[in-house]
Structure formats: structure tokens, C-alpha cells
Design a protein around this ligand. Sequence first.
Ligand code: GDP
Ligand code: MG
Length: 163
Amino acid sequence: MKPVIALVGRPNVGKSTLFNRLTKSRDAIVADFAGLTRDRHYGDGRQGGREYIVIDTGGFEPEKPTGIVAEMAKQTQAAVAEADAVVFVVDARTGVSGQDHDIARYLRSAGKRVLLAVNKAEGMSESPALAEFHELGIGDPIPVSAAHGQGIRSLVEIALQDF
Ligand code: GDP
Ligand code: MG
């Protein structure tokens, strides 16, 4: 079975852009992957000879457990449960938000391997601004640019290094 990578984060940080960057075919045929349900957004990916499944999620707002927001939270929790590695996506342009802290708290309790991808970091890979993301307690921020295809290979290598 291929390793499963879930993309988690608040709306607009670039999860779907990263999903498209990580996958070559969208909506992978999940029938082959026992245990994966069909109501999330799966893709098949390959980087440097490694094959994997990616799950995109809609978002996560744990403070407002109603309606569509609760549905997104549920979707995220289900994706995390299915994942071998979780990529927590944050936004280099906006910095750390309260919602990022809420998601970080949830992910620290989830007992999964979690990586912190700081997206929209094109031209910022050496920027001291990235250091603030350490406060999320998820580990070293990994700068990426989903839109420009930067940092993607090393993100996947780190995500899959134990598989
Ligand atoms: P999602 O809500 O987390 O799925 O975010 P989207 O993938 O829909 O992206 C939200 C916005 O961020 C869109 O306008 C994207 O074009 C933009 N975006 C995504 N990745 C990057 C990036 O690497 N750099 C920049 N500058 N913008 C990005
Ligand atoms: Mg999206």
C-alpha cells in the first residue's frame, strides 16, 4: 500500500494548489486502497521515484462547530486518521494566526507524523520571518511555494523518509 499524505490547514493557505503540485492524476482510484473512503479528495503522486496518495481537505475551524465548518473539521479529522504523514500548511505572507494555533494543538494530540509546510515562501527561503512558525510546536518550518514549485521535492522526501 502506498503511503498517504494528508494536507491540513485553514482556508486559503494553498492546500489545493499544493495538492495539484503533488499529484499527477486527480481523484485517484481508491478502490485499490482498502480503508480509504470516497468522500474526500484523493490524488496519486510520485516524486523522485516514490509513489504516494495525497488527500486534500476543505479547511478547519475548530472554534465554530456548526454547519459547513463542522463538516470541514470532520473531513480534516478523518483525513488525519487515514494519513501516514500530515502536512500542516501555513501561509508565509500572513504569518501565524490564532486558527493555526488551534490546528497545531489538535495535530499535536493526533499522534501522527506532522510536517509544517510554510507556503507562499517564494523568495523567502532564507527569511527570518519563517522562524516565527516555530511557536506552533510542530517542528522546523519547511518553506515551499506550491504556486512556483519550490521546496516540493524536499517536502515529500521528509514526509516519506520513514516509509
Ligand atoms: P486552500 O484554500 O488552502 O486550498 O488554498 P488554495 O490552494 O485555494 O490557494 C489560495 C490562494 O493562495 C490562491 O489565490 C492561490 O493562487 C494562492 N497560492 C497558493 N499557493 C501559493 C504560493 O505558493 N505562492 C503564492 N504567492 N500564492 C499561492
Ligand atoms: Mg482548497
